[in-house]
Design a protein around this ligand. Structure first.
Ligand code: ADP
Ligand code: NI
Length: 203
């Protein structure tokens, strides 16, 4: 059993680890993923303690944020050690974190229900109203154009919707994740329809 106090410590730890980040991996992303992963875990009957810790720690060794510890999950490992999480549970948390990343795992199925909950929650955060907001925040931070109606610029934020966001619905691993992704993808499709109509001056 994961001690409730360790979850509180993990929340404090991530608040400090992500202080000042505006790349889309801020602490609020982590806290949203945590809430959503717990919600999915309850519906799926997964171990909520393992899911909670894996969700809170899933980005502390992200390759953009902490390139030196990415391969070893050094930050997550150190946190689990310092807070005396039992070795067997620590291994389950670390295994789940490894299976979250979109770029590294693509559509390979997760090997535990706990990893599935966290991965679906992380992907859901790229969808829906929040996902749209994050995409434009990312685009702004990287100096990308909103859209190119000629289709010459492949790096626009609207292009990212087709390159990644609209594909996520098919990549969910849990029933709850699939249902939520369906609703959030519909939000994105409605947004795109409005966006093009406004871009063209139609409405
Ligand atoms: P992860 O680390 O979860 O695999 P990323 O770091 O690639 O995901 O993405 C973090 C957030 O930034 C997501 O909401 C994603 O949609 C957004 N994002 C990533 N790449 C782009 C891009 N080229 N244009 C717009 N948004 C992007
Ligand atoms: Ni994430």
């Amino acid at each position: 059993m994961i001690d409730e106090a360790v979850i509180g410590e993990a929340k404090r730890y991530v608040a400090q680890a992500f202080a000042g980040d505006s790349s889309g991996h801020d602490v609020h992303h982590t806290l949203r993923v945590h809430r959503m992963a717990c919600h999915i875990a309850e519906e799926e009957g997964a171990d909520v303690g393992i899911v909670s810790l894996a969700a809170l720690l899933h980005d502390v060794d992200d390759h953009k944020l902490s390139p030196r510890t990415h391969a070893t999950l050094g930050n997550a490992r150190a946190f689990l050690g310092e807070h005396h999480v039992a070795e067997r549970e620590a291994q389950r948390v670390l295994a789940a974190i490894r299976e979250v990343s979109f770029s590294e795992n693509g559509s390979a199925p997760p090997s535990s229900i706990e990893a599935a909950c966290v991965r679906d929650a992380d992907r859901l955060d790229a969808l829906g109203a929040v996902g749209i907001a994050r995409a434009f925040a990312f685009g702004g931070a990287h100096g990308r154009a909103l859209h190119d109606s000629e289709g010459d610029d492949a790096s626009t934020t609207i292009a990212h919707f087709y390159d990644k966001l609209l594909l996520l619905e098919e990549m969910m691993s849990t029933r709850a994740g699939r249902r939520l992704a369906e609703g959030r993808t519909a939000t994105i499709r409605r947004f795109l329809e409005d966006f093009y109509a406004e871009w063209d001056g139609v409405r």
